[in-house]
Design a protein around this ligand. Structure first.
Ligand SMILES: [Zn+2]
Length: 416
């Protein structure tokens, strides 16, 4: 099980990835000259170097001299980066972006970014050369939240597996000996029906056993269970109390799926798309509801940069709530009388001048930093959990628009 510290670290890394991806998405090459390489953890670095060397020599055939030079420069830069690694990439692999990006006015800038150990494994080696960097696979990994148990079944076959983020992992399958609906001659109809029901019951028990063995040990991490299959099988299975009671409480829904082999697990995830999207923001919703409740009924809530920061430093913040769409920097000012003040500015805007609110003197800029990194840094030191809140629902939007994207649920009231 992940500890709070590990989880906080993972949130932070995800945020850092998101930030780099946003930057990369904005870049454009004037030709097909931006190179992206996805390297899985089991790919030998020497193989990748060989591939890049090959691409480098093939790039000699590119007609436009400028594109040719740019592509070759990008590949050289990637080879330089690869020298930092030994035999294999670090856990989950590496993604490298390199290329000459449009800097306006006919100028280009050489940009190279390496992202190590993404939140989920890089699944296959990809070499991509285009007028944009290839960020989709990484974005998918970052959008991924949650762990779900999957069960598909009919009366003859069943499969169980995991949905981790957007990745389906088939784990186990079973097939039944349930006889068909036609009885053989000589068998009494009653006896046949009883045997058939018994066989169905046995099979459901077997499937539930498989699901219980797989999901129960991870029930505390589990965000939900999805069950799929034709009717009435899935209904019989769920209504029949076969699943462990703690899993039953986590069933998000049952879905019509025609296949019950491994491909049925993928169909199930497709069929459950809406339910999964709701589930994903459900946690964000409950955080925001708790925040508003505390805000209205008492003083165990804080918001805005200054108050939230003060509370964080006091160690009184239980959970720091940051809007996923917050794109601001904080500027730290120091006046001649040593008053330290902060101003939050849009990331795209230049640093404004600042007059000290205490003594009216012109204050000097000490530092400009990403506001999320600034607050998360303090939160980590104080053992405060950080939650990123989506803007895909009303209260999430309010966090961004009405509270500057920054709020906190307090452990106790502090009056600041
Ligand atoms: Zn001052």
């Amino acid at each position: 099980m992940a500890t709070d510290a590990e989880e906080a670290n993972e949130d932070r890394r995800k945020y850092e990835f998101r930030k780099v991806i946003e930057e990369l998405k904005d870049f454009e090459g004037s030709g097909t000259q931006l190179v992206t390489i996805y390297i899985p953890e089991d790919k030998q670095i020497s193989d990748v170097v060989a591939h890049v060397t090959q691409e480098h020599s093939e790039a000699a055939n590119i007609k436009s001299k400028q594109t040719r030079t740019n592509v070759q420069d990008a590949l050289t830069s990637i080879k330089d980066r690869l020298r930092y690694y030994d035999t294999f990439p670090p856990e989950n692999g590496i993604v490298i972006f390199s290329g000459a990006v449009d800097a306006g006015g006919g100028q280009t800038d050489m940009v190279t970014r390496t992202l190590e150990s993404p939140p989920q494994p890089v699944e296959s080696f990809r070499y991509h050369c285009d007028s944009n960097f290839l960020t989709d696979p990484l974005e998918h990994m970052l959008a991924d939240k949650g762990l779900f148990g999957l069960v598909v079944l009919d009366r003859r076959e069943a499969n169980v597996g995991w949905l981790r983020g957007k990745r389906v992992e088939p784990v186990k399958s079973a097939s039944s000996l349930v006889p068909g609906k036609q009885r053989k001659g000589g068998q009494s109809a009653q006896r046949f029906a009883r045997l058939r029901l018994e066989a169905i019951d046995n099979f459901y028990q077997e499937v539930a056993g498989m699901a219980n063995d797989l999901f129960v040990p991870d029930r505390h991490e589990l965000d939900g269970v999805l069950v799929g299959g034709p009717s009435p099988t899935k209904d019989e299975f769920l209504d029949g109390d076969y699943l462990h009671h703690e899993l039953r409480d986590k069933v998000i829904g049952k879905f019509d799926v025609s296949y019950t082999d491994e491909s049925g697990l993928y169909d199930l995830v497709d069929a459950a798309e809406d339910a999964l999207a709701d589930q994903e923001i459900m946690q964000d919703k409950s955080q925001m509801e708790e925040f508003f409740e505390k805000l209205h009924t008492g003083e165990e809530a804080t918001y805005g940069f200054d108050a939230t920061r003060r509370n964080l430093i006091m160690g009184s913040v239980d959970r720091l709530l940051l809007s996923e769409d917050l794109r601001s920097d904080v500027v730290v000012y120091d006046c001649p009388n040593d008053h330290e003040e902060f101003e939050v500015v849009d990331r795209r805007h230049s640093t404004p001048s600042h007059e000290c609110s205490e003594c009216g003197e012109e204050a000097e800029v000490q530092e400009r930093e990403d506001v999320i990194e600034h607050l998360m840094g303090i939160a980590e030191q104080r053992g405060t959990e950080t939650k990123f809140i989506s803007t895909d629902f009303e209260k999430g939007e309010q966090l961004l628009d009405a509270f500057g994207g920054i709020a906190g649920i307090l452990r106790y009231s502090t009056g600041v």
